[in-house]
Ligand binder design. Structure first.
Ligand code: FAD
Length: 368
């Protein structure tokens, strides 16, 4: 019997299992044949310290040393490759640009304001008559998601095609029932089921954390590009970045959805193409690939890590939203330390994060 069963082998479950496996017997359960099939395999793969609230930024910054020098067993490739990030805006978005600069600068001192000419020199596809200015984060990077995920999964027992459909308290912990009739026992259950986390909570009898999966659409098209930074509308209405000789675009949509195998809507692709074409010299003739994924948030948009206050041995690792890849190393460490009853790891505590900011209780209407 494993000490801990982790439900879900996306980036959240894989990183949690990696750090938990240093102290416990762990088994990872994944309903799909491919562990990265859902949101993890559908992201834009950016690491930026200027995104999200203070808790997200702390988890992102605390993850950096791991990305820079991962432990032995990770693929021998850089996990981060410099990309840079420009938040750009029109003249009527100047308040947003100033706000983004002030806000970003509190966490990333290297962030600087750019005028229209500087933005267009960095991203020559942008039209000078569209762009009034930008905010540049030079250290933003592309994440090698495949290498990161593979590294986390290495050495951790994983059962694929193992959909959890029942959770019952039994003697020393939990009886975990799988689709098809099989069952196993474990002392602790870690719920890293992505968009399905509230459904797994319900199986355990836990109060919901109010998770809302939100669909975001992305696509690629052919166009002349260079080694440009990622370009994001400062009000997050659309973005694009060069990717393997193509351009990856998105409407940055956030449409609430039930947990599911998310599919792109034609209208979201068309609106993104329209906005990209207005801002750039790109003429999008053909969409090569399109997809959608669910970014799942709780109300305060911070991640959730901790034991359920009402259900012994049931641990939440959820709410990864739009930052589950860039926060995965610190979140994995945090899950392992909290599950071991040690409080937050020093790496995240030193950045001002408190356990109550991550606790499931704060999302369940109780005192944190
Ligand atoms: C278009 C887009 C762009 C993004 N860009 C970025 C970015 O640039 N940077 C960044 O950091 N993040 C980004 N994200 C967010 C990031 O992808 C997510 O935060 C992250 O992948 C969430 O990981 P997860 O493991 O929680 O979810 P998932 O990858 O969905 O994993 C959850 C797993 O749980 C499994 N599961 C569910 N129910 C059960 C069950 N009953 N039994 C067994 N298994 C179960 C599912 O099959 C799934 O594999 C983006 C997301 C999208 C959609």
């Amino acid at each position: 019997m494993p000490d801990i069963v982790v439900i879900g082998a996306g980036m959240a479950g894989a990183s949690a299992a990696h750090f938990l496996a240093r102290r416990f017997d762990v088994l990872l359960l994944e309903q799909e044949d491919q562990p990265g099939y859902h949101t993890t395999g559908r992201s834009a793969a950016l690491y930026t310290q200027a995104y999200g609230n203070a808790a997200i930024r702390a988890l992102t910054v605390a993850s950096k040393p791991f990305f820079d020098s991962p432990p032995e067993g990770f693929p021998d490739v850089p996990l981060l490759t410099p990309r840079g990030l420009v938040l750009f805006g029109r003249a009527d978005q100047s308040d947003s640009l100033e706000g983004a600069f002030r806000d970003g600068r509190r966490f990333v001192p290297e962030i600087r304001m750019l005028d229209s000419g500087e933005v267009c020199r960095l991203i020559p596809a942008l039209r000078p008559d569209y762009v009034a200015g930008g905010v540049f984060e030079p250290e933003a990077s592309d994440i090698d998601i495949h290498a990161l995920h593979r590294g986390f999964l290495r050495g951790v027992p994983l059962r694929r095609n193992a959909e959890v459909e029942g959770l019952e308290r039994s003697g020393r912990g939990w009886r975990v029932a799988l689709r098809g009739g099989d069952a196993l026992e474990a002392r602790i259950v870690v719920n890293a089921a992505g968009a399905w986390a509230d459904e797994i909570g319900e199986l355990a009898g836990a109060a919901p954390i109010g998770l809302v999966p939100k669909r975001r659409t992305a696509f690629t098209f052919e166009a002349e590009t260079g080694a440009w930074p990622m370009a994001v509308d400062v009000d997050e209405q659309f973005y694009f970045k060069p990717e393997s000789g193509r351009v990856l675009g998105s409407l940055a949509d956030e449409t609430p959805s039930p947990p599911c195998d998310a599919q792109p809507e034609e209208i979201d692709v068309a609106m993104a193409v329209d906005r990209i074409e207005r801002a750039t010299v790109f003429a999008v003739r053909r969409i090569e690939r399109r997809w959608a994924g669910l970014r799942s948030f709780v109300a305060d948009k911070t991640l959730v890590a901790g034991f359920d206050p009402g259900i012994p041995g049931f641990f939440w690792c959820a709410g990864q939203g739009g930052y589950g890849i860039q926060t995965a190393p610190a979140m994995g460490m945090t899950v392992a330390a909290l599950a071991a009853g040690e409080g937050l790891p020093r790496e995240v505590r030193d950045l001002g994060l408190e356990e109550s900011a991550l606790s499931p209780a704060r999302c369940q209407g109780g005192a944190p």
